[in-house]
Design a protein around this ligand. Structure first.
Ligand code: BGC
Length: 763
């Protein structure tokens, strides 16, 4: 019987000189000299390198190309056949440990070299225990908790035999029409950099070799969240400077935090699809950032370069991708079908393939797969939905909830409320509260808001009439019952928003209004003379200004996951004092998109004093109205980035800096007083922004540079100090990170709009 031990046997060749085929010309001479780049070997210890080389030396070209080939479990018999021949390096989406061990056994015992497979899966916000969607997690501004959630996700996923997740998605997006906004951390590159890195640490643990650690994948590299019009897969038009200062920063942070793999994105930027974008993948990621991890394509993306009109056929698409230094072909087979002939025809050099194979073998080595290729089939019973996983899911769901309005302190309620009327399509929708990308989560484990309310207040005190079966339902039914019962109740809770299918991949929307008759429902409820609390559960920001105006209080819960119900009910009743803040600007209307806080100033910025549409006298002759940059009909956003209320009220006072002038190596010490002026203990997410007043390139009017969650007891006051290195204040000017001398404003506050401010100079 063959086992993996055979490749641990004494090595044939010693560590061969490492080769890096940079700048491969269109057509090359196969005998050309190897180019040796010393940095290629740095970061890998000699034992792993010599091990990897020993395998590489034994591989046929077909087997090497096989490592670049990723197939799906649904390929069934074909997958087995390919694995047996050593023509597959990784598989996708096998979620039963027995099934995984079966295919792994074929790889280990029947393939020529017995190289183990890696099993990959989209574990995006939990495997079995589902956490809030990443956009919701971002509301917590809590990197540690997000790291813990990621760790739990992979304890569950690795029990099923998964050792690679296609997460985190760190695509910045300013467009809630884009359904995949649900999967990212919002509009801010600093927040996404911190939270993306947390997820990477959580997934990968201290050591990838630990059987509960799995490889992370920062995706989608890059610019995918800028798809034109918010339509998924659409083209993007991002300048190199914007790429570096906005879209690339979270990826760079993941690389700095050791992300094992990266995935190229579907979009073309300015006519070049990412999967064939040599500038992006090879020049920036590999050469500038020194990334030597594995780069995988998105699903079928090599072939799709033909659809884009970027490549004539699959063969030329494979050439573009491999020349961009993309290692693994997810699902398109363009590599397995074409690389060999591209080599024999002299278009590429086998050393390019060797480089890619080595990166893949190193990953397998780091994951410990050569020593322990199989997974323990007994772990699922203890790992899935473990009590501490469920508790963490609730904690993160609670911290992800954002209180948007609380007139007359309607919330929280408790003993002052006896009977509650519960309505809306999402009050008892166990599947919908899980959100997008939850292939493995089971809805029967969800605890809905209705369940939690009954538990808290007793079934007899809850009158439940959904009125709408699902969020797009146009048939309002049961209103009469609601009208009849309303006199008996103390409060009305309306659970509205989006079913999970309305956000996620390929689920873009042109209108962000509440679907179906949900608005009508809120309108009807608002006329019953009882306080109405709107609870929005959705995968994206919605344009809900009217519904909020008609409600006494409103909370927003981006699809909150398995424990969404108790988290929401604990928030309504004050057991959880909300601390979540929005990681994205909420528009009033779709026409304002893109609307984001960290925009540049125009030469004619609005100062808020301009005439609004209804102030313009009828018959006004053609006039400039001040020639300012604003929308006559919607000058403001609905809620700014960083916004979120609490049952506590926090006052910021006395902002000061330790100096007026700083040098590049200094740190800025910023001090202020933060006071909780209520008798409710609470936590404030304090946010620090800067504005670089002028630069060689215009800098945004505000940029988040620091945040911290600060807990304050009832009526407590703290003098808070942060130390912020000046080195953090720079930006990318071309491929140089610069900090330019001059004046900066600095702001501190509880959201991006309402801040204390002062200034300093960099000299
Ligand atoms: C998505 C990726 C995902 C991949 C594998 C693609 O359609 O864009 O985010 O990781 O499928 O499931």
């Amino acid at each position: 019987m063959k086992t993996s031990v055979k490749i641990l046997a004494p090595l044939l060749g010693l560590l061969s000189a490492s080769v890096f085929a940079h700048d491969v010309p269109q057509k090359i001479n196969n005998n050309s000299l190897k180019i040796i780049f010393p940095h290629e070997v740095s970061g890998h210890d000699n034992s792993s390198e010599s091990f990897v080389d020993s395998i590489l030396n034994k591989m046929t070209l077909d087997e090497k190309i096989g490592q670049l080939n990723q197939m799906h479990c649904e390929d069934g018999k074909l997958l087995e056949e390919y694995v047996r021949k050593g023509l597959v390096g990784s598989v996708m989406s096998i979620t039963n440990p027995k099934d995984f061990n079966k295919i792994q056994r074929i790889a280990i015992e029947e393939s020529p070299l017995g190289i183990p497979l890696i099993n990959a899966r989209d574990v995006i916000h939990g495997f079995k225990t589902i956490f809030p969607i990443p956009l919701g997690q971002a509301c917590s501004f809590d990197p540690n908790l997000i790291e813990q959630a990621a760790r739990i996700s992979v304890i569950e996923a690795s029990a099923a035999g998964i050792r690679w997740t296609f997460s985190p998605m760190v695509d910045i997006s300013q467009d809630p029409r884009w359904g995949r906004i649900a999967e990212g951390f919002g509009e801010d590159p600093y927040l996404a950099s911190i939270l993306g890195a947390s997820m990477v640490r959580g997934y990968q643990g201290k050591n990838l070799n630990n059987p509960t650690s799995i490889a992370a994948c920062a995706k989608h590299f890059a610019g995918y969240g800028a798809s034109e019009g918010g339509k998924d897969y659409n083209s993007t038009f991002i300048s190199p400077n914007r790429f570096r200062n906005l879209y690339l920063r979270p990826f760079h942070s993941c690389v700095d935090n050791g992300v094992a793999t990266m995935m190229t994105s579907f979009n073309d930027n300015d006519g070049v699809p990412s999967t064939g974008n040599k500038w992006l993948v090879k020049d920036v990621l590999r050469d500038e950032w020194g990334y030597d991890g594995v780069v995988v394509t998105d699903w079928n993306a090599i072939k799709e370069m033909v659809n884009h009109g970027y490549c004539e056929d699959e063969r030329s698409a494979a050439l573009k991708a491999i020349n961009a230094s993309v290692d693994i072909d997810m699902m398109s087979r363009a590599y397995i079908d074409n690389i060999k002939s591209l080599i024999s025809d002299g278009f590429i050099n086998e050393y390019q393939i060797d480089d890619a194979v080595k990166r893949i073998l190193r990953l397998k080595y780091s994951l410990g797969l050569f020593e322990s290729p199989y997974c323990d089939e007994t772990l699922v019973s203890t790992a899935f939905y473990a009590t501490d996983h469920i508790q963490k899911a609730q904690e993160l769901a609670e911290k992800s909830i954002v209180l948007l309005k609380n007139d007359s302190q309607i919330l929280p309620f408790g003993s002052n409320v006896n009977k509650i009327l519960v309505t809306g399509p999402l009050a008892d929708a166990p599947y919908e509260q899980l959100g997008t990308w939850i292939f493995d989560g089971d809805a029967q484990h969800s605890v809905t808001p209705l369940d939690a309310l009954k538990n808290e207040f007793g079934t007899d005190n809850i009158i439940y009439e959904p009125c709408l079966e699902y969020s797009r339902d146009n048939k309002l039914e049961g209103l009469n019952r609601i009208k009849k019962k309303s006199s008996e109740v103390d409060i009305i809770l309306a659970f509205v928003g989006e079913e999970s299918i309305l956000s996620g991949e390929a689920h873009s929307l042109a209108s962000l209004c509440l679907q179906g008759a949900q608005s009508q429902l809120i309108k009807e409820l608002s006329q019953l003379g009882k306080p109405v609390v709107a609870v929005f559960i959705a995968g994206r920001p919605l344009t809900i200004g009217n519904e909020i105006a008609l409600s006494s209080a409103a909370i927003y819960s981006f699809a909150p996951g398995t424990m969404g119900g108790p988290a929401i009910v604990n928030t309504l009743t004050g057991k959880n004092n909300p601390s979540g803040k929005l990681p994205i600007t909420f528009p009033i209307t779709v026409g304002q998109i893109p609307i984001y806080y960290n925009h540049n100033n125009t030469g004619r910025p609005s100062d808020g004093t301009e005439l609004k549409i209804n102030d313009i006298p009828v018959g006004t002759p053609q006039t400039s109205l001040g020639n300012k940059s604003y929308y006559l009909d919607s000058p403001e956003c609905l809620f700014p980035f960083g916004f979120g209320l609490s049952y506590s009220d926090f006052k910021y006072r006395d902002l000061c800096l330790d100096k007026n002038e700083y040098q590049l190596n200094d740190s800025i010490t910023l001090t202020f007083n933060l006071e909780n002026i209520t008798s409710v203990p609470g936590t404030e997410v304090v946010q620090v922004y800067i504005r670089d007043i002028h630069g060689s390139q215009i800098r945004p009017v505000k940029e988040l540079i620091h945040f911290e969650r600060i807990a304050l007891d009832a009526n407590d006051k703290k003098c808070v100090s942060f130390s912020i290195p000046v080195a953090k204040l720079g930006y990318w000017l071309g491929n140089k990170y610069v900090i330019e001398p001059g004046k900066f404003d600095i702001f501190v506050g509880g959201n991006s709009k309402d801040c204390l401010t002062t200034s300093f100079n960099i000299i």
